[in-house]
Design a protein around this ligand. Sequence first.
Ligand code: 5GP
Length: 189
Amino acid sequence: MKGLLIVLSGPSGVGKGTVRKVLMEDESLKLAFSISMTTRQPRNGEIDGVDYFFVDKETFNQNIKNGELLEYARFVGNSYGTPRSYVEKLRNEGKNVLLEIETNGAKQVMEKFSDDDKFVSIFLLPPSPEELESRIRGRQTESEEVIQERLAKSRKELKLSSLYMYQVVNETPEQAAKEISKIIKSKEN
Ligand code: 5GP
């Protein structure tokens, strides 16, 4: 049976990555993470082909031209996109594919899959705006300028949470992952 297509969005710093890691540990969810392509520079510890496919602008544009991206968007000065064939291959193998993407790309996917009953969209919310700012600052790998841009973008993204089928508050990664697991299991049946 074809797997689900799950879009998970949430503002920068909300903890999507941590929640995803908790989810991926639960083998019963049959989750596969869609590895995106980006023109952003790797952060410390990020691995090419694991966290992202890190590419230059030319390669990214060529992928757009060839229709190889399911969706793509600009985010704080860089491009991000989802390779289409990988997602399809995994879904055809029965895997539930998780796309961790920002809101503009998510909107493109929502339009394409609006009639698909195997599509789920989830928005991860912070417990409070203050908590979000401290998490973005806590990362300490980015300049003040980039932090300000990410904060501004976060405020914009929060306003779009109602476009998603489900909203989950990230009080703790374990609790958020549990709620998302329930959503996935309910959709599978
Ligand atoms: P970061 O630079 O923090 O890794 O990611 C910035 C934003 O881009 C996050 O909201 C992340 O979810 C989003 N993102 C990652 N991959 C993709 C993608 O393939 N497409 C889109 N539209 N957004 C992505």
